[in-house]
Ligand binder design. Structure first.
Ligand SMILES: O=P(O)(O)OC[C@H]1O[C@H](O)[C@H](O)[C@@H](O)[C@@H]1O
Length: 543
């Protein structure tokens, strides 16, 4: 197409949401005009399924669950019996936050809370992190820190930096199921850090979990400073607008009602059963074209040209890949669906992987996110008539053009600025697009059966470790790895045993490896003293 034709295509397909000032440009996706007609029946099904979901159907049959994240921003739409708890939880959050800000709810040994330590993983971390990065003011009422892994080094880094302010740190532990081991470990490590300083953890701790969850019961969260409900009908990856995301956002001074309002406005726009005039169905159409049609399966590269949106791609990785990455369709047929999502930000990525996007594997489509307002207030001129923001804008338009010139497709979402309404709207837009796409390809977007396999294998690994330690504790002589495997009764698991003892031997766990590390088959292992005497004897216990 020549420039004139492209300009025409741009205008023909442009979606604009007046209230949000949001543009969606799909003109650089090369689907033909006939695609809408072709997909019309599938979309009719998708709109219908979405209506049913919002009306309270069991949209996630495998887990026998309703899917209600849309009700969070419009409780009036929720089934009668749920309205009250949505409204009450929001009010509970606001009242708690107000009291924290005013110092009415305060730590026992400091006048006010200064910091938040947020512990959670997956949906219990990605949304809060994304929103904090996107919307936090330069000088927020509290500073936020995250533990989202069971990496001891990572936890030490956070806890060491917080050491002098632990007495004024509010610890929010988030786990819908309450049974996620990484979060449990983070909680126990944080608790240990508080206790080491003589601080009463329960006076600093806030729980966000389903009532009666494993964590709720084990920790007796009712005795904590506060406990906020997490609803069974809200999935982890769509929980940003529940207490999971709203509590920390409000504590940071972010206007959560406005974020909910932005999402609600987008929800209204994405309910319209008209593919071309609904931004979420337009996105789903583009994804179908790029990922499901004759073009093979393309990856989704998310490129926001704005530093504050840098975590959007990570947020979307869970939303899109956990929702759409499925082995079976709704009829039980093997389909291996999914869309790979990656990205960081422009123009930073221009100096990293855009080379491959432009000239290498044509295995992706890009989504540019353009923000029209450069900054609050005026800019200096970097060169006569040019500001830094002009360069950012030029680099976005240039990359879009350069990709298109080399037959690389792209979508562009343009927003006026990164504010609460915009962030709420972006989250809502992608949530709905994922739901539509799942309908188009006939999969359940709301379960995640594949996640369990890794957890189960990790549990087996840890059980094996337990058995190894039990044997070594009763054996005086070093054992070869195969002898150890025999003794435990798993002769075919020498490699796993090797991995366990190699890890233990590098840590103060009194496990010693003997022999040549380059020849695992010749190694033997025993319980004993390691070189680092001091470390040997310290086995920290969770309090
Ligand atoms: O909030 P939690 O129950 O701790 O779950 C945290 C995360 O872990 C799981 O593995 C799921 O796959 C995610 O969807 C979820 O967000």
């Amino acid at each position: 197409m020549n420039n004139q034709e492209l300009w025409q295509r741009y205008q023909d397909w442009l979606y604009f949401h007046e209230g949000l000032g949001l543009y969606l440009d799909v003109s650089r996706m090369n689907f033909g005009d006939d695609l809408i007609g072709k997909l019309q029946p599938k979309f009719e099904q998708a709109f219908k399924a979405m209506d049913e979901l919002e009306a309270g159907a069991i949209a996630n049959p495998d887990e026998n669950r309703r899917v209600g994240h849309y009700w969070l921003r419009d409780p009036e739409l929720a089934p009668e019996e749920l309205k009250g708890e949505i409204v009450a939880t929001l009010e509970q959050i606001e009242s708690f936050v107000e009291k924290v800000h005013e110092g009415i709810i305060r730590p026992p040994s400091a006048p006010q809370f200064t910091d938040i330590l947020s512990i959670g993983i997956g949906g219990s971390s990605l949304g809060p992190k994304f929103v904090a990065k996107a919307l936090v003011a330069d000088f927020p009422p509290l500073n936020i820190h995250f533990i989202d892994n069971t990496d001891p080094d990572g936890m030490d880094q956070v806890l060491n930096r917080l050491k002098d302010r632990l007495c004024s740190t509010l610890c929010i532990v988030i786990s819908k199921s309450g049974g996620t081991s990484e979060t449990r470990n983070g909680l126990l490590e944080a608790k240990h850090a508080f206790h080491s300083q003589g601080l009463d953890f329960s006076r600093h701790a806030v729980a966000i979990t389903m009532s009666g969850s494993q964590m709720d019961v084990a920790e007796n969260c009712d005795n904590w400073l506060a406990k906020f409900a997490m609803f069974d009908w809200v999935g982890g990856r769509t929980s940003e607008m529940s207490s999971v995301g709203l509590l920390s956002a409000a504590l940071l001074g972010i206007d959560i009602r406005s974020m909910l309002g932005g999402a609600q406005e987008m929800d209204k726009a994405t309910r319209l059963p008209d593919i071309k005039r609904n931004p979420a169905s337009l996105l789903a159409l583009c994804w179908y074209h790029a990922c499901h049609g004759d073009n093979g399966s393309k990856n989704m590269v998310i490129l926001p040209y704005k530093d504050s949106l840098v975590l959007f791609s990570r947020y979307l990785q869970q939303l899109v890949m956990e929702s759409l990455g499925k082995e079976l369709d709704r009829d039980g047929k093997v389909v291996h669906e999914g869309i790979t999502v990656y990205g960081n930000k422009g123009s930073t990525d221009q100096h990293a992987y855009v080379q491959q996007l432009r000239e290498g594997l044509p295995d992706f489509f890009a989504t540019f996110i353009e923000v029209l307002e450069d900054r609050k207030g005026p800019s200096i001129e970097i060169e006569p008539d040019f500001t830094s923001g002009d360069f950012l804008s030029g680099l976005l338009q240039g990359t879009r053009q350069a990709l298109y010139d080399n037959q690389r497709e792209s979508i562009t979402i343009t927003v006026p600025r990164v504010d609460t309404r915009c962030v709420g709207a972006l989250i809502a837009l992608y949530e709905r697009a994922v739901g539509f796409y799942a309908s188009l390809v006939n999969i359940n977007a709301y379960h995640q059966p594949g996640v369990e396999a890794g957890k189960k294998a990790a549990a087996d690994f840890l059980l094996l470790q337990k058995n190894i330690l039990a044997v070594l504790k009763t054996t005086r002589q070093p054992l070869t790895l195969s002898a150890l495997a025999e003794k435990i009764g798993v002769p075919d698991q020498v490699e796993t045993i090797y991995k366990v003892v190699r890890h233990l031997s590098m840590n103060p766990r009194q496990i010693v490896l003997h022999g040549n590390l380059a020849k695992p088959v010749e190694l033997s292992v025993s319980l004993g003293r390691q070189n680092n005497e001091e470390g040997n004897l310290i086995l920290r216990k969770a309090s």
